[in-house]
Design a binder for this molecule. Sequence first.
Ligand code: 8YV
Length: 328
Amino acid sequence: MNKPSILVARAVFPQVLDKLAQHFTVTANQADVLWTPAQLIEKLQGQQGAFTTGSERIDAAVLAACPQLKICANMAVGFNNFDVPAMTAAGVLASNTPDVLTETTADFGFALLMATARRMTESEHYLRAGQWTKWSYDMFAGAEVHGSTLGILGMGRIGQGIARRGAHGFGMQVIYHNRSALDAATEADCKARYVSKEELLKTADHLVLVLPYSAQSHHAIGAAELALMKPTATLVNIARGGIVDDAALAQALRQKTIAAAGLDVFEGEPKLHPDLLTVPNVVLTPHIASATLATRLAMANLAADNLIGYFTQGQALTPLNTLAAATP
Ligand code: 8YV
């Protein structure tokens, strides 16, 4: 029997490609060329499955142009690059990679919080520029982390991981806002208290964003929200670009209406709002919160296993939608 054909849209671990090749006729992109939407459609012609990352958008136009497509397995927990309702309507299964990256991403969220609060990159730039000539009492004095109030907007698995680190490791008071409150047992485990978004913004010493991107969360943090935050507060975004209005944030940082920010994601990344590069009180990282080799390998394997599961058993391990007739 002919093997199903799949497209692996970005470069991936060779051992994952080898595993896929046991089950599929694979078209790979180990040169890691970034395709335009038109090129993606061209590459998807005749492919029954796709291994995607956050950089490939699967929407109604792609689906209409690729009627033979049956499944898209995203190597990411976030899936704002997928139009899931359109995929469901077209009978295309969507899957993501939850759980395997939770703790690694929470580690990074906490690292970014610490680096931001304690001004680590700003002070390193100063040192590297040869500006460090003497000690002084307030040089790079930052904000306290232990014992402070940790605010979390979006309390899914990663948000809970950050809450546990703050509450249990650093004695922080944890407050959160989410579409719905957690059950009592999970709140107790995270030592977290549900508050309104307004109270979260006004009370948090360190606010971490971990909510999914959607039309509803677009610019959830803009000028009005930043104005509610304490002038001593820090803001950390490890969720998605577009949740923060980067222009408004750069202005708030310049005017010190908040103290500092740590950003792993950006509106329109990998391009950055130019003002973010000129304000000193911001820590910038290139979307690496899940980037440990072990976790990226686990994510790639899970995306591959979703494709294999679908074509061999008719079901993915971590699907995002249910199809009327999920027949490969
Ligand atoms: C990925 C992420 O590295 O999982 C996610 O949602 O943002 C990151 O872990 C990125 O999306 C690549 O697909």
